[in-house]
Ligand binder design. Structure first.
Ligand code: 1HN
Length: 348
């Protein structure tokens, strides 16, 4: 191989880079290691949001802007490693949304899919494609991609939920669309509970087409049923060393994840349980439903109580310690990783 004269090699390279730069060309060898790290690298940091700290800001927002004016009155849970980017992991968005008695949040649709996990209060509804469902704490509710949806609170208490959206996934593909419904509130065309009756009892109408494509036709998975399932599971089998008793929300038409871009889970940990270290490539957002305890993520320890939110970045080792019997809801971008053959986990 021809040798290159040594003395001016540095400046000769810089000169080469400068000249090719004008032609939108750049040398790979200067960035190769950053582009292809040895293991997952993400700006996403472990973090916990105390509901006790967030709630007063949400309620103060309720005095300063209506849900209608805001379109959606939401405080974004911004990852401290990615401030200003409106995301909680490198792929997912999360926020806390408030709707006060008498308010509505106007109808629209977008290609981004959303989930709602109810954190406080009952009696508000979300409407999806002509059907309303009433919210209760712990309910997991889905807004499928490109379905008109609006929220309202005909009840008498503030209702708060955590939103999870695949905004950055859709953005990465450049596949975003959004449309406002011609009226603020979409008309109701089916009775409440129709979707649950048609698809949520282990039966489906013969010949029924999937109403929301690859998204589950069940758009509310009520907490009472999820909690009961966890309880029954815990009676008949030992808890998993890393997860306790953990269940995945499923699409009854496919047996797969309830949403094409987001996976959701609910888990129960016995009182005084300490999980074994666990890591996986899907950065995951947790909402605490019941119980107190602590979670150690990548060596950082956070105390949690009901209604708190925490985030475990991709490939950070996590361990949970429960003081009381604990229930955790969680969601991540696992379906996309699985579809592309990328998802990995490591126990211990
Ligand atoms: C949205 O449509 C909702 O429908 C919540 O409640 C949060 C964040 C970004 C973009 C659209 C909702 C959202 C959102």
């Amino acid at each position: 191989m021809a040798s290159v004269p040594q003395p001016n090699i540095g400046s000769a390279r810089q000169d080469l880079y400068r000249r090719m730069d004008r032609h939108n060309l750049a040398p790979l060898w200067e960035v190769l290691h950053a582009l292809i790290p040895n293991e997952p690298a993400t700006p996403c940091k472990p973090a916990l949001w105390k509901y006790r700290d967030a709630r007063p800001y949400l309620m103060e927002s309720g005095k300063l802007i209506t849900a209608k004016e805001a379109i959606r009155r939401v405080l974004i849970l911004e990852n401290p490693g990615m401030r200003g980017e409106s995301c909680i992991t490198q792929s997912l968005y999360a926020g806390l949304q408030l709707i006060l008695p008498g308010e509505i949040a106007p109808s629209h649709r977008h290609s981004q899919s959303a989930l709602r996990f109810i954190v406080e209060g009952s009696g508000a509804y979300t409407a999806v494609d002509g059907e309303r469902t009433t919210m209760h704490p712990g309910d997991f509710i889905i807004t499928p991609s490109w379905t008109f949806h609006d929220h309202g609170n005909p009840g008498n208490e503030p209702v708060v939920w955590m939103d999870g959206l695949d905004i950055r996934i859709v953005q990465m593909f450049g596949a975003q669309f959004h449309e406002v419904y011609p009226e603020e509130v979409q008309p109701v065309s089916r009775s409440e509970g129709a979707a649950a009756a048609r698809f949520g009892s282990g039966l489906i109408p013969l010949g029924a087409a999937a109403p929301f494509g690859r998204t589950s036709p069940i758009f509310n998975y009520p907490y009472a049923r999820s909690r009961d399932a966890l309880h029954m599971l815990s009676r008949d089998q030992d808890p998993d060393a890393c997860h306790g008793w953990k269940m995945q929300y499923v699409n009854p038409l496919t047996g797969g994840h309830a949403m094409p871009t987001i996976a959701a889970f609910i888990q129960l940990l016995p009182k005084g349980y300490r999980t074994q270290a666990y890591r996986c490539t899907d950065g995951t957002i947790y909402s605490v439903v019941e119980g107190q305890g602590s979670v150690t993520v990548g060596g950082e320890r956070f105390e949690f109580e009901p209604r708190d939110t925490f985030v475990v970045p991709s490939w950070k080792s996590m361990q949970i310690e429960s003081n009381g019997e604990t229930v955790l809801f969680s969601f991540s971008d696992r379906p996309g990783q699985e579809a592309m053959g990328l998802w990995k986990e490591k126990r211990g």
